[in-house]
Design a protein around this ligand. Structure first.
Ligand code: ADP
Ligand code: MG
Length: 681
């Protein structure tokens, strides 16, 4: 029977109750189980002499049962099993509470492997309810005496149970047919899948585990890269309108700007303009720190599109940002004879019923991401730009393809993000996109002065804040959550704004969070922009690109709860004028590691540096948040390994070149499943 089909209830020891509990953690079949990887390991492979036992220390011993008996506690009638275990160096008492069946299982003379913390009781040094396992020549140890796997579990399943089931499963289902081509396995000296599964659950030694981990990381990255290459191939087969470079007109346009483009902006613009000239659609991601000037680069691409007689669509995540973009572009193109149209939820239905002429008329259409639904109404779109989007690419592109309506060609697609993505990470996680990075800020920007404020200095900080508010400057306060959850003791937006009203009587304080209606949020942001609010207390919704030059102070509560990249994004909300701006970080966390991490923010203003640092310190999962969840843990750890990324990329390209996929139905199947996941997400 193929292993996919063996239900978990076929295993020895799985009844209805346990099957239900396993279902909670997504395990239905034996196959599900063997792909349920440990969250951690404990190395119990080194056996210590009993003589080395020390009160309060963990010990890992092997010895024979000298004596064993059961007693009942006087009051509760609880069974207490008492044993004495001896090795060549000494003996130790072992006690188990309330496990009467042990009396049946363990006999004098049995050899035991034990691990637990040494206590001192009235019999001397003792182990209380240690992990134990009988040593026998015919059975491999799985709970002790080796590197022992630990799994994330739900209530009602014990580590011992799942290890027992895992061992059974592995012996029942292996060998599993490997989906990696043998060429790849041998070229990159990888473990075969079967051996890797053994090594990840029950490694023989450290080396075996490392090799197993490398194999699983490799396959995750390799499949991701192959998938990216397949998407690239698909795009290369689509046709897009060729948008010839209007070099002179663009130079003329750039010369009217009140500033000089940075070199990084020039490079990015050049790459984009070259893409637009091609006959297949562009699929590019423009990455640039907050304030690095992505909009002007986008504007150049839009201008070139308009000059070619095509329409450009620009989408922003919120209506406020769409309005901001509209104002910016109207100013930028004030002297050009072009029509710019803002398209929001307030745009009337009648207006959206376009006449034939209108469909071709606006040169630039600006709206929120919802505009994606409407874009097919315009007949002449050559370029679609999506601003401040975290997860982009595949899904939007698919949408464009399906909703192309009257379009016979695919538009070019440019996504923009201020999330600093390290280059190697981007290669792996967004391999289907071409990437341009603006890694340079326009000259003359004042760094945002950033401080980690010690707890006892809060009052002083508030006095300082008061002075700035009196001077007419505005403040953002960021809290991790909306409502107080007493168990966590984490600052909430609603409690904090009440508290601040007490601290700063007469100061105009409002709050903003994700559960508010869109129009409500817009109104608050409008008031903030108009200077009618002094302190805005907000959750992380403030993260995305709003420009309020008069806001000069950013205060972040429980800063340890955020990743560095995200904190850096918050900080980017201030420092948008020639006034000095400040960012104050508060935290209750004491650990040196946390303080060091937050301290990095006070020393660097470079988003990419901070992101690299975060990637090393906290891993990819933390850095890229829940948006990336659903990935295997080995995918996330693999993203921290630039060399492995290069290697798998090379392997994937080779596979594409040699058409290897078609020879390996299992690999093909894996890719199809993955592509489907991406489209469905
Ligand atoms: P972001 O990359 O965060 O979207 P914007 O495009 O909003 O940044 O640019 C931030 C500000 O910097 C804008 O006011 C823009 O006009 C200005 N700017 C852009 N490029 C330059 C430059 N090369 N020199 C000076 N200022 C610039
Ligand atoms: Mg922007």
């Amino acid at each position: 029977m193929p292993i996919n089909d063996i239900p978990i209830t076929d295993l020895h020891g799985v009844g209805e109750v346990l099957a239900k509990r396993l279902l909670y953690i997504g395990i239905k079949t034996v196959r599900d189980l063997v792909f349920y990887f440990p969250r951690d390991y404990e190395d119990l492979s080194v056996v210590q002499p009993i003589a080395a036992a020390q009160e309060g220390e963990k010990i890992n011993i092997k010895g024979k049962i000298e004596r064993i008996n059961t007693q009942r506690t006087f009051r509760k009638r609880m069974a207490v099993i008492q044993a004495r275990v001896k090795d060549e160096t000494g003996a130790l008492n072992v006690v188990w509470f309330n496990q009467p069946y042990l009396q049946e299982q363990l006999k004098v003379g049995d050899e035991l492997q034990l691990s637990g913390v040494v206590k001192r009781d009235r019999y001397g040094l003792s182990l209380h309810s240690p992990v134990y396992e009988k040593v026998s020549a015919s059975r491999e140890l799985i709970h002790t005496g080796r590197i022992v796997p630990k799994y994330s579990l739900t209530a009602g399943i014990t580590q011992k149970q799942i290890r027992y089931l895992m061992k059974q499963s592995l012996s029942r289902v292996l060998p599993i047919a490997d989906f990696l081509p043998p060429e790849i396995v041998s070229t990159y000296s990888l473990l075969a899948l079967t051996d890797a599964l053994r090594g990840i659950h029950f490694p023989e030694n450290e080396m075996h585990f490392e090799q197993a981990k490398r194999r699983l990381e490799f396959e995750e990255l390799y499949v991701a890269q192959l998938m990216a290459q397949c998407i690239r191939k698909d795009i290369a087969q689509q046709t897009a309108p060729t948008l010839k470079l209007h070099e002179q007109e663009l130079q003329q346009f750039v010369s009217t700007l009140p500033f000089r483009l940075t070199n990084a902006q020039r490079r990015a613009a050049w790459a984009i303009l070259q893409d637009l000239e091609k006959t297949h659609p562009m699929n590019r991601l423009l990455v640039g720190d907050v304030g690095s000037g992505k909009t002007i680069v986008a504007a150049m691409a839009m201008w070139n599109t308009v000059l070619c007689g095509k329409q450009a669509v620009l989408m922003a995540p919120t209506e406020i940002l769409a309005q901001q973009h509209t104002q910016y572009l109207e100013k930028l193109f004030a002297h050009a004879d072009i029509q710019i149209e803002l398209w929001t939820s307030r745009t009337s239905k009648e207006k959206k019923q376009l006449t034939d002429i209108q469909k071709k008329h606006p040169n630039i259409i600006i709206g929120t991401h919802a505009l994606l639904q409407d874009y097919a109404r315009f007949e002449n779109v050559g370029l679609v730009i999506i601003d401040e989007q975290h997860r982009f690419g595949v899904r939007q592109r698919k949408f464009l393809k399906e909703h192309s309506g009257v379009h016979t060609m695919m538009p070019h697609l440019l996504s923009m993000t201020a999330t600093p993505i390290p280059r190697t990470f981007a290669l792996a996680a967004y391999g289907d996109l071409d990437i341009s990075i603006i890694d340079e800020q326009p000259p003359g920007r004042k760094p945002v002065m950033t401080r980690l404020v010690p707890r006892e200095k809060r009052i002083v900080a508030y006095r300082w804040l008061q002075k700035h508010i009196v001077n007419g400057e505005q403040v953002f306060v960021i809290c991790p959550i909306i409502e107080e959850s007493d168990t966590l003791g984490v600052k909430s937006v609603s409690a904090e704004s009440l508290r601040l009203r007490d601290v700063f009587p007469g100061v105009r304080i409002e709050m903003l969070h994700g559960k508010m209606k869109g129009t409500e949020k817009d109104a608050i942001m409008e008031n903030m922009r108009a200077g009618k609010i002094d302190i805005l207390v907000s959750t992380s919704v403030i993260e995305v690109g709003v420009d309020i030059p008069n806001a000069t102070i950013m205060l972040i509560e429980d800063a340890d709860r955020f990743g560095l990249a995200q904190l850096h994004q918050f900080r980017g909300r201030v420092g948008r004028s020639n006034k000095q701006s400040y960012c104050l970080l508060f935290t209750n966390a004491q650990s040196a590691k946390t303080v060091e991490r937050l301290d990095a923010l006070t020393k660097s203003q470079n988003g990419f540096q901070l992101a690299e640092y975060d990637l090393k310190l906290r891993g990819a999962g933390e850095l890229y948040g829940t948006a990336q969840s659903g990935f295997s843990p080995y995918f996330l750890t693999s993203l921290q390994q630039p060399e492995l990324i290069q290697e798998t990329r090379e392997a994937a390209l080779k596979t594409m070149d040699t058409n290897l996929i078609t020879h390996y139905p299992l690999l093909q199947e894996k890719l199809n499943a993955r592509l489907l996941d991406v489209h469905l997400e």
